[in-house]
Design a protein around this ligand. Structure first.
Ligand SMILES: NC(=O)c1ccc[n+]([C@@H]2O[C@H](COP(=O)([O-])OP(=O)(O)OC[C@H]3O[C@@H](n4cnc5c(N)ncnc54)[C@H](OP(=O)(O)O)[C@@H]3O)[C@@H](O)[C@H]2O)c1
Length: 349
């Protein structure tokens, strides 16, 4: 095909890149962790751009525990269908546009899916958010601290209504969401205790992020250590894990404490997850509130502005674990369930 005959009118080198779109297709619903073949790498031809469409090259993919939920069945979003490109948040750069709102090199975040290129089309229900280029700020921050995880931590902590001097416990505390939720707790004047799965993670959240204490739940005496770390009991549980960890936290909660149900990751790879004991919720008169970050979309800008300020002034620090290559996404997803990541887990496409 000659350069001029290509529908997107791209230069030869770029044309070569853009005729093929590698995609990870959901081939089977995983049982437990992802097995080889659950997601299969396939090649598709890029569709011709229609009016009011733009083509974006996906640069980074956000690897989120909820992807495992989307693979399993319908929940707060419909399940990804077998044979479909796997749903995922990503960061992409516009490479060609027939859309008045997008021009080449504009940068967007949104549901890109696990693929090299995505068609940005405002006529279908698929929203992309343009993001600015900020000097000295990495693109990946829009997937983590200024993206889903920062926003989730922000609104979860808003629901928690923390008061100065209260004790907050965060599980999966060295992860993308937990690490920020804990730091917001510090900004709000709480005593903050994190639960994480390695001594390195515990050191990081204590020494670098300023948590007051950290407990490694893989140590046999961790429950005693958790009790020792909360001499005044627990007022707020920012819950990311569920199961045994959540039960241990609930046991230490003060009467009328608040449980912010952000996630229950310990159950995502199980057929029959044990959540937590609702007997304790009753006896301690706890207030439990679940939330899904998508409900807060109209307020994302407000939250991102505050998170950006905190980050700029060093009140929030973050860390990223970056895995390279679209083909490594299945391994990266599994890392979330074995604790292979510290902070935000991202795949560089
Ligand atoms: N409600 C919402 O809208 C919303 C939005 C985003 C995320 N979330 C939830 O927030 C939680 C954290 O998500 P994230 O994206 O920030 O991931 P993340 O915390 O960066 O990564 C997951 C971490 O969870 C820990 N973990 C995994 N399995 C565990 C188990 N069985 N027991 C104890 N810890 C376990 C691992 O750390 P260790 O090494 O410490 O085990 C792992 O690194 C998830 O539950 C997710 O579903 C909710």
């Amino acid at each position: 095909m000659s350069e001029g005959s290509h529908p997107h009118g791209l230069a030869t080198a770029e044309l070569k890149m853009t005729t093929v779109n590698r995609q990870l297709i959901l081939q089977s619903r995983p049982k437990g962790m992802l097995a080889p073949g659950d997601l299969q790498l396939k090649e598709a031809r890029l569709p011709e751009l229609k009016d009011r469409q733009a083509l974006a090259r996906v640069k980074y993919l956000s690897i989120d525990p909820t992807m495992r939920v989307w693979m399993a069945g319908d929940s707060y979003l419909p399940a990804v269908a077998i044979g479909e490109v796997m749903r995922a948040f990503g960061f992409a750069e516009i490479v060609e546009s027939r859309h008045p709102d997008y021009k080449k090199v504009d940068r967007v975040t949104g549901l890109t899916g696990l693929q090299d290129y995505v068609v940005v089309d405002s006529s279908v229900k698929q929203s992309f958010q343009k993001v600015p280029k900020i000097p000295f700020v990495s693109d990946t921050v829009f997937l983590g601290t200024l993206g889903i995880n920062g926003l989730t931590a922000y609104f979860g902590m808003e629901i928690a209504q923390p008061k100065k001097g209260e004790t907050l416990v965060v599980s999966a505390a060295a992860g993308a969401t937990g690490s920020i939720a804990g730091q917001i707790g510090k900004i709000r004047g709480c005593r903050v205790v994190g639960i994480a799965g390695t001594d390195e993670k515990c050191n990081w959240i204590r020494k670098e992020l300023g948590f007051d204490a950290a407990v490694n739940y893989k140590h046999t005496d961790w429950k005693a250590k958790l009790a020792a770390a909360v001499p005044n009991g627990i007022d707020i549980d920012f819950e990311n894990v569920g199961g045994e960890i959540m039960n241990a936290v609930l046991d230490l909660m003060n009467l009328h404490g608040r449980v912010i149900l952000c996630g229950l990751i310990s159950g995502y790879t199980k057929e029959d997850p044990s959540l937590a004991s609702f007997g304790t919720v009753l006896v301690k008169r706890l207030r439990v509130e679940g939330f899904i970050i998508l409900d807060y979309a109209p307020r994302f800008m407000e939250a991102a502005t505050q998170l950006g300020q905190w980050k700029m002034f060093g009140k929030i620090k973050d860390h990223e674990t970056i895995v390279e290559g679209l083909e490594r996404v299945p391994d990266a997803i599994n890392m979330l369930f074995t604790g292979g990541n510290t902070g935000k887990l991202i795949v560089k496409v």
